[in-house]
Design a protein around this ligand. Sequence first.
Ligand SMILES: NC(=O)c1ccc[n+]([C@@H]2O[C@H](COP(=O)([O-])OP(=O)(O)OC[C@H]3O[C@@H](n4cnc5c(N)ncnc54)[C@H](O)[C@@H]3O)[C@@H](O)[C@H]2O)c1
Length: 437
Amino acid sequence: MTRTDIAPAKGKLGVLIPGFCGAISTTLIGGVEAVKAGEGRPIGSLTQMGRIRLGKRTERKNPFIRDFIPLADLKDLVFGGWDIFDENLHEAALKAAVLDPAQIESVRGRLEQLRPMKAAFDRKYVKNLQGPHVKKGKNKYDFAMQLISDIEAFRKKNRLDRAVMIWCASTETYIKEQNVHSTLAKFEAGMKADHPAIAPSMLYLYAALKCGVPFINGAPNLGVSIPAMVELARKRGVPIAGSDFKTGQTLMKTILAPGLKSRMLGIRGWFSTNILGNRDGEVLDDPASFKTKEVSKLSVLESILQPEMNPELYQDLYHKVTINYYPPRGDNKEGWDNIDLFGWLDYPMQVKVDFLCRDSILAAPLALDLVLFMDLAKRAGLGGIQEWLSFYFKSPIHAPEVYPENDLFVQLEKLENNLRHLMGKGLITHLGTEYYK
Ligand SMILES: NC(=O)c1ccc[n+]([C@@H]2O[C@H](COP(=O)([O-])OP(=O)(O)OC[C@H]3O[C@@H](n4cnc5c(N)ncnc54)[C@H](O)[C@@H]3O)[C@@H](O)[C@H]2O)c1
C-alpha cells in the first residue's frame, strides 16, 4: 500500500465523546485548545512529538510522525459528546480539577461553547453515579436510534467530513460475554427486548458503527470485543480499538515486566495498589465496576510473562491489584508496586515502585493519538479490530486465534511498522547484517 491509497485528511474531523464532562475529556479538549493557542505543549503524544526511523541507521532519516503520515490537523477537530450532567466544558473542567484554573481560564471562551447532549444512561450499570441529563426511550434499541440521530445532526450542523467516537465515560459493571453478544441479529433482538447484558456503552458503539464512525473504547467495558460488534465493524469496514487506556500503573507494569523477563529473572509476586480521589475512583469504589477494571488490569502480566512457556520462573506468580478511593488526592493518583523476584540460584530480591502520577494528564495524549490514528485507519480502508494500536491499551482487543500483545516495546514496534507499511516504506527488523561483511 502506498500513500495514494490513503484518502487525504481534508475538512473537519468530529470527535464524539461519551463522558464529555469527565476528567479525561476536559483535559483532552482543554489541552488541545491550549496547544492550538500556543499555551501548552502536547507532551506524551506520539502523533504530535514522536519521530519514526526510516531506512538504515546510516541514512539518518527520522521524520516526525506527523510529517510522515497524513494525519488530521488539531485545528480541524470539532468536539462534541454526551454526559449525564448538563454543564458547559468550562464548568466541567473546573470541577474535574486536573488543569490549573489559570490554564482553564486561558481557553475559557472555547470551552464555554461546548455542552453535552443527553446521555443514554442506566444506573444499573454504574451504581455510584446519578445525573439528570439523560434520554428517555421505549427500549435499548430506541436509545441506539436516538444516538444515531445525534451523530447525524452533529455531523450536519458542523459540516464534518469525518468523525471518530472515543468512550471516555465511566467504567460499567462487569458483564460476561454471552449468547446475546454472539451475532449481530441476536444483539439487535436483545436491544429490542431490553436484555440486561447490553450496557449503555454498547449502544453508543452500535450507533457509531451504524454511522460508519470508528470507535475507541477507553474503559474496560465489554463491547468492542464481542463477536456481534466485531461482525458489524467488519461488515461496514469501520475500525474499532480498545480497551482501557494504558496510563499509570499498568504502563509501568508493561515497561518493567518485559525487561525482567528478557533477563530470565523469576517473579513470585506482584502486589499493586492505588489511591485515587476523582469521580472515576468513586465509580470504581463499587465492587461491580471494579471487577471490570480488575480483569483488565490483571490480564497484562500473564501474556507478557507466558508462564506456560516459562513455568520455572512464573507459574507460581501471585498477582494482586487494588484501587482505593481516597478523595483528598483527586486526579493525582499514587500507585505502589511491590515486586518479589528471584535470580541466580533462586536468591530473592525486591523492586518497589511509587508512581505519583496524574491520571488524566497521562490519558489525554493517548486519547488524542487514538483519535488521529483511527481516523487515519478509516481513510486507509482498514476495518475491524486495529491491533496495531495495542500500544495504548491495558487490555488490547485481538483476533480470537492469537493472544494479546502487552509488551509495550513490541507494541510500539508493531505500531511503527504499521505506519511504515501504510506509507509503502520498508519495515525495520534491526537485523543490521551489513556490518558483518
Ligand atoms: N484517567 C485514566 O488514567 C484512565 C485510564 C484508563 C481508563 N480510564 C477510564 O476512562 C473513563 C473516563 O475516566 P475519567 O477519569 O475521565 O472519569 P470521569 O468519572 O471523570 O468521567 C466520566 C464521565 O462519564 C459520564 N458518564 C457516565 N456514564 C455515561 C453514559 N452512559 N453516557 C455519557 N456519559 C456518561 C460521567 O457523568 C462522567 O462525567 C473511565 O471509565 C476510566 O475508568 C481512565
